[in-house]
Write a new protein. Structure first.
Length: 338
């Protein structure tokens, strides 16, 4: 039993180290400029950024400018590779001058580049209400990700990966690849809430046994259950934080960063306090003649872990609320990157 607890303890050390490392990796985020509202499409025409990559799983053509730079070609190839990995079908890549009117009608289209380097964007602007990249909007050093209906065949989709410059274009591609499914994150949060509630219940039961100084088989079984659940909690908290890092944020970025930072702090507290509890439980099990001080140490560590778990549960509920708000913003057809 004591050896198993030690193994669980070291696994959690690695997990906490993982979440610390993730914290230093900045997630790409999408921000909407203040004071500028995009023109909404009619409901019947609406497509959403979250439709990517599903809407492009079949018959997709990536269009680059005739004089596309190496960076823009890299962006196009990365989108093609990503779609192949996600859907099993790799899109074609063609230059603007190589496409025909038939191509425009027969394919889902992905347009990559800047208004200066890809003149096909001018055709798109003329036939749709797509967001035109200018100095005024979204501004220098920024770009736009936008999904709308293919104007040559509205049963198909069109994705614009537009940048003010080629560097912004590649950032847009990275955003597409790094975007974590909101549904997946909300599912992870739900699992995390349930896992924490179960963990809190186990800690309450363990406290009652430790208070009596019980070291029966029932007590040892409860300690083993606690150890397994604490590793499960560490796993899901680390997973949630990693997904939060990659979430494309389209609204309330300051509020989002605040709740994410709070979640990082309290989830780390849960893991560090449970590691202290692990160590005190090893002593509790191995000590030949159980001392009052050992019992008190375990009780104190259980209380600290309980407190941290309740705070983490509260933080998860805040995260869930802001993520749902961000999801609504992400569902908008336009996203500004950079």
């Amino acid at each position: 039993m004591a050896e198993k607890l030690k193994q669980m303890h070291w696994k959690k050390i690695l997990l906490v180290g993982g979440i610390l490392m993730v914290a230093f990796v900045a997630g790409l985020c999408v921000q909407k400029p203040e004071g500028i509202e995009p023109t909404p499409l009619q409901p019947s025409e609406e497509q959403k950024l979250s439709d990517f990559p599903e809407a492009f799983k079949d018959s997709t053509l990536i269009i680059v400018g005739d004089n596309a730079s190496d960076i823009e070609m890299q962006a196009a190839n990365e989108i093609a590779d990503y779609l192949e990995n996600e859907t099993g079908n790799k899109p074609l890549i063609r230059k603007h001058s190589e496409i025909s009117d038939e191509d425009k009608r027969n394919y889902n289209l992905i347009v990559v580049g800047t208004p200066k380097t890809n003149l096909f964007l001018e055709e798109v602007y003329a036939m749709t209400n797509a967001t035109r990249v200018t100095e005024e909007f979204p501004g220098e050093g920024k770009g736009v990700l936008e999904i709308l209906r293919n104007p040559w065949d509205e049963s198909k989709a069109m994705l614009l990966v537009e940048g003010w410059d080629e560097e912004t274009t590649i950032i847009g591609v990275l955003h597409l690849k790094a975007s974590v499914s909101y549904e997946e994150l909300l599912s992870s949060i739900s699992i995390g809430e349930k896992s924490l509630n179960d963990f809190i219940k186990i800690l309450d039961e363990l406290y009652s046994l430790v208070k009596l100084g019980s070291r029966t088989e029932e007590s040892k079984a409860k300690i083993a259950t606690y150890s397994e659940k604490s590793v499960e909690v560490s796993d899901i908290l680390t997973k949630i934080f990693s997904e939060l890092q990659n979430l494309p944020v389209t609204c309330s970025p300051k509020k989002y960063q605040e709740v994410k930072s709070e979640f990082y702090d309290v989830s780390t507290d849960v893991q560090t306090s449970s590691m202290k509890l692990d160590l005190s439980l090893v002593t509790y099990i191995e000590e030949y003649k159980l001392k009052d001080k050992t019992i008190q140490d375990v009780k104190n560590n259980i209380n600290q872990t309980l407190k941290a778990s309740y705070l983490c549960l509260d933080s998860l509920q805040k995260i869930e609320k802001i993520v749902k708000e961000c999801y609504e913003c992400f569902e908008n057809t336009r996203g500004v990157v950079g």
